[in-house]
Design a protein around this ligand. Structure first.
Ligand code: HEC
Ligand code: HEC
Ligand code: HEC
Ligand code: HEC
Ligand code: HEC
Ligand code: HEC
Ligand code: HEC
Length: 284
């Protein structure tokens, strides 16, 4: 009898100590110190790439929490309790997988447009886009596509260039995907070829509108397209075949293996021409 009493008392003390420590930890997470960008950025080794790249970004004066934490109290509580406390523990115990967010799921799923709209009101705003590019923010907003589906690296450009990603021998070739890129970003939805279409990204669209795939949906007619490419008939042999015969080397500045418009690491032309040697193909 005395023994059980003792055990219960002991257990109560343990629980109280645990709860107090946990509450203290949560309190600490919401304190000014923990909300200061330098806190985690400098102290947590695995956050270094995110912190250093942020310092170099257009948002270097914008606090981490403006993008990373919701403004609803309920959400803040939920995030602090269930997300950030676990992330904190993982950070302290160094059990995070390197690189953090390597497949950019964060930007694709976790960051609603409202975060960005705290400061950016795009609906009524005219932009100066890069030369030759059209971009319609309104239609994407109507299809409920969050900003970070495209602007995913806006606060962390070239994060892979910093320690510990940089010196991890397993991650030599690792690079965060930047979805403002035409082929790897826009065409996940806008391509009519299975080579680029990404079902998971297409599933984000909350409307029945189909993203157009013709080049001039996004490029002005005066965009410096590669020779012949804007021609609907370019696929025909008299069109691209003739051009290839004239100057294959030029084609390969974009379409050779490893160049920007290759076929997933292979020569682009092999997509349709199989393994035929290009030199044979262009022989008269
Ligand atoms: C302008 C908004 C914005 C600000 C400010 C911002 N981030 Fe981010 N952060 C993002 C977005 C968007 C992603 C998702 C990137 C992706 O999925 O490719 C991200 C990703 C991350 C990641 C995952 C790793 C990575 O590189 O994808 C970490 C860690 C991170 N941020 C920490 C921070 C810290 C620490 C700060 C402040 C020093 C900060 N962020 C400031 C928008 C922001
Ligand atoms: C707290 C305010 C704030 C928040 C939140 C914010 N931004 Fe910005 N953003 C700015 C300011 C200020 C600038 C201008 C920086 C400059 O001109 O130096 C800017 C610049 C930009 C630019 C142009 C510069 C560039 O790097 O391309 C883009 C694009 C952008 N923001 C997108 C976003 C996205 C996407 C989000 C949400 C993930 C976001 N911003 C969240 C304040 C904010
Ligand atoms: C479908 C992809 C996509 C989505 C979604 C998207 N943007 Fe953009 N945004 C672009 C492209 C492409 C540009 C033009 C970049 C260029 O000119 O090189 C751009 C340009 C901008 C610029 C101007 C950059 C500058 O340098 O002046 C800002 C600011 C911006 N976007 C903010 C946002 C915000 C905020 C959201 C969410 C409400 C958003 N964007 C959603 C693709 C997108
Ligand atoms: C998540 C899917 C998705 C991604 C990624 C995406 N878009 Fe779109 N885009 C759409 C949808 C859906 C529409 C059609 C909306 C409509 O018709 O109302 C659209 C329409 C457009 C339009 C209007 C075309 C027209 O003729 O009206 C432009 C321009 C555009 N997108 C540019 C871009 C650019 C540039 C990128 C890459 C930076 C991009 N989009 C990435 C889904 C996407
Ligand atoms: C959904 C929008 C969209 C469509 C459709 C689109 N583009 Fe683009 N394109 C972009 C954007 C955004 C960029 C700038 C970003 C980049 O360089 O990847 C770009 C860049 C380019 C570049 C310059 C690349 C470089 O590295 O200099 C070429 C060439 C190009 N596009 C050709 C085409 C051709 C050919 C088509 C039709 C088969 C096409 N584009 C269709 C959005 C689009
Ligand atoms: C979208 C599919 C596709 C791609 C990608 C493609 N081709 Fe073709 N190509 C064809 C088709 C179809 C023909 C016509 C074949 C026929 O009529 O026998 C053709 C014909 C040719 C011919 C003429 C052959 C002849 O016998 O007259 C040449 C040369 C050629 N392609 C070179 C290239 C090169 C170089 C590339 C890469 C830069 C390339 N093609 C990429 C589909 C493609
Ligand atoms: C400046 C870069 C660039 C150069 C140079 C270039 N292309 Fe392309 N090519 C592209 C882009 C961008 C696309 C559209 C994106 C894609 O399909 O990957 C494309 C698409 C194609 C396609 C597929 C068209 C379709 O309708 O599906 C063929 C075929 C092709 N190129 C052949 C050639 C040939 C042949 C040459 C040389 C005469 C050449 N390209 C030179 C960038 C280039």
């Amino acid at each position: 009898m005395v023994d059980t009493h003792h055990k219960v008392k002991h257990c109560l003390i343990h629980t109280t100590v645990a709860i107090t420590l946990f509450m203290g930890f949560i309190y600490f997470l919401s304190s000014p110190a923990a909300n200061n960008p330098t806190f985690c950025g400098k102290l947590c080794h695995n956050m270094n790439p995110a912190y250093k790249s942020w310092l170099k970004s257009s948002h270097a004066k914008i606090n981490c929490r403006d993008c990373h934490i919701s403004s609803s109290y309920l959400d803040i509580l939920k995030e602090k309790l269930f997300v950030y406390s676990f992330r904190g523990v993982m950070t302290i115990t160094n059990t995070y997988k390197n690189p953090l967010n390597g497949d950019s799921l964060f930007g694709q799923e976790e960051m609603p447009a409202e975060r960005c709209e705290r400061c950016h009101r795009n609906r009524n705003r005219k932009f100066n886009f890069s030369k030759g590019i059209n971009m319609d923010h309104k239609v994407h907003q109507e299809a409920m596509i969050p900003c970070t589906v495209c602007h995913n690296r806006v606060a962390h450009p070239a994060a892979e260039n910093y320690e510990p990603i940089k010196n991890d021998s397993n991650l030599k070739k690792f690079k965060y995907e930047d979805h403002l890129d035409m082929k790897k970003g826009c065409w996940r939805c806008h391509s009519d070829s299975d080579l680029f279409n990404d079902p998971e990204t297409l599933a984000i669209i909350k409307s029945d509108k189909k993203p157009p795939s013709k080049c001039v949906a996004c490029h002005n007619h005066d965009f410096p397209f590669p020779e012949g490419h804007a021609d609907k008939m370019f696929r025909l042999k008299e069109k691209h075949g003739a051009l290839a015969r004239k100057n294959l080397a030029k084609c390969l500045t974009c379409h050779a293996a490893g160049k920007k418009f290759d076929n997933d690491g292979d020569v682009w032309c092999s997509k349709c021409h199989g393994k035929t040697k290009l030199s044979d193909l262009v022989k008269q």
